[in-house]
Design a protein around this ligand. Structure first.
Ligand code: AMP
Length: 339
C-alpha cells in the first residue's frame, strides 16, 4: 500500500481535483501492472494480494490528519505490518500520516529517500568538509532568521543576498533607499554579525549592487557602489564586483549549502547575480546541497540541476533541518528504534 498527501483539500471532504487518481495511472504505467486507487480504506478492509500495489487516496481527505488524531493514526497503523516513512518533505509536520501512524504501527522505519536526504544534509552540515560556505538569499531576514543564526555557528563563510543583504547593508549604516529591508531587524543583524565574529565566520557584505526605480519586470538595471545609492533606488541584485568576490569564495569551498536567490532573478535585468553564483556552484568541485522553491526554480532556469550534488525534496523540512530543529516524523522513528 502506498499513500501520500496532495495539495491542501478540506479535511473530511473528497475533492476530485486533489485525488491521487493521476498518480495511480502513472504508477500503473511505470510498474506495468494495475495500481488500484482505494478511497474507503479507513472503513473497509483493503484487498491487496501479494505482488499487488494499491494506492490509498490523499491522506489530507481524512478528518484528523492535520491534528494527528489518535483514532485516525491507529486506523492507518492497523492497515499495515510495516510502516515505511519516505516523505522527507512533510517530515517537519506531526500529522496522522507522518507521525501518528509511525507511533502506532507494529514496525516503523525510514524509507530510502528519507535516509538519502538525512545522509546528504548531514554531509553538508555536521559532517561537512571545510571550508563550508552557505548562500542564504531571499526576501526577508525574518523568514530565515533561525537558519542564519544556526549557520553562522557552523559555516566558514555565509553569503547573504536579496532583501536579507539589504537589511545587513542598512545595519552597516548604508543608505538602501527604497529597497526591501526590515528596519526592525537591524539590531538582530548586529547580533548575527557579533556571533559571526565570535565564531570566526566571514559574512561578506555586497560592495556594489544592481538597482532600479520600480519593482517591474521591464525595469532596467543600473550598477552602483553601495555608497552611491539614491533615496529612490531599490536594490534588486548584487553587482559584478561583489559577484567576483563571491565567485572566489565559492571556488575555495569544499561544501556549499544554497537556499534563496541573491536578487530578483525573475526579472531579466536582475538575474545576473543569482545566475553567476549558480554557475560558480555548478563549476565547483565542492559537495553542494540546494533546496527551497525559488532556489530549485533558479536551478532549472539556469539548467544546472545535474551539476548540483544534491537537490533536496524538502522546502520547509529542509529549512527546519538546517535550522537544527527536530523533525517530528524523524524523531518518532528514532524513538521507536531506540525504544
Ligand atoms: P524567499 O521566499 O524568502 O526565499 O524569497 C525569494 C524571493 O525574494 C524571490 O521571489 C526574489 O525575487 C525575492 N528577492 C530577492 N532579492 C530581492 C530584493 N533585493 N528585493 C526584493 N525582492 C527580492
Amino acid at each position: 500500500m502506498l499513500t501520500s498527501h496532495l495539495g491542501r483539500p478540506t479535511e473530511g471532504e473528497f475533492d476530485e481535483n486533489q485525488s491521487l487518481a493521476p498518480i495511480a495511472d502513472w504508477l500503473s504505467k511505470q510498474l506495468g501492472q494495475e495500481v488500484r486507487l482505494v478511497r474507503n480504506y479507513l472503513t473497509h478492509a483493503v484487498d491487496v494480494k501479494p505482488g499487488q500495489v494499491v494506492l490509498l487516496d490523499n491522506v489530507r481527505f481524512n478528518s484528523g490528519e492535520k491534528q494527528c488524531d489518535a483514532t485516525l493514526s491507529r486506523k492507518m497503523a492497523e492497515l499495515c505490518d510495516v510502516f515505511v516513512m519516505d516523505a522527507f518533505g512533510t517530515a517537519h509536520r506531526a500529522q496522522a500520516s507522518t507521525y501518528g501512524v509511525a507511533k502506532y504501527a507494529k514496525i516503523a522505519c525510514a524509507g530510502p529517500l528519507l535516509v538519502h536526504e538525512i545522509e546528504n544534509l548531514e554531509n553538508a552540515l555536521s559532517n561537512a568538509q571545510k571550508p563550508l560556505l552557505a548562500i542564504v538569499g531571499g526576501a526577508k531576514v525574518s523568514s530565515k532568521l533561525a537558519l542564519l543564526e544556526q549557520l553562522v555557528e557552523k559555516v566558514d563563510t555565509l553569503i547573504i543576498g536579496g532583501g536579507i543583504a539589504n537589511t545587513f547593508l542598512a545595519a552597516s549604516a548604508i543608505n538602501v533607499g527604497k529597497s526591501l529591508y526590515e528596519e526592525d531587524l537591524i539590531l538582530t543583524c548586529h547580533q548575527i554579525l557579533a556571533k559571526a565574529k565570535a565564531h570566526n565566520t566571514n559574512i561578506p557584505i555586497p560592495t556594489d549592487v544592481g538597482v532600479g526605480k520600480r519593482f517591474d519586470e521591464q525595469e532596467p538595471c543600473e550598477i552602483k557602489s553601495v555608497n552611491e545609492i539614491a533615496d529612490d533606488d531599490m536594490i534588486f541584485d548584487i553587482g559584478p564586483q561583489t559577484v567576483e568576490e563571491y565567485y572566489h569564495l565559492i571556488k575555495q569551498a569544499k561544501t556549499i549549502i544554497w537556499n534563496g536567490p541573491v536578487g530578483v532573478f525573475e526579472f531579466p535585468a536582475f538575474v545576473g547575480g543569482t545566475k553567476a553564483l549558480a554557475e560558480a556552484i555548478a563549476e565547483s568541485e565542492a559537495f553542494s546541497v540546494a533546496g527551497g522553491g525559488d532556489t530549485i526554480a533558479a536551478i532549472q532556469q539556469f539548467n544546472i540541476a545535474d551539476k548540483v550534488s544534491y537537490i533536496t525534496t524538502g522546502g520547509g523540512a529542509f529549512l527546519e533541518y538546517m535550522e537544527g530543529k527536530e523533525l517530528p516524523a524523524i524523531a518518532i522513528l528514532q524513538e521507536r528504534f531506540n525504544g
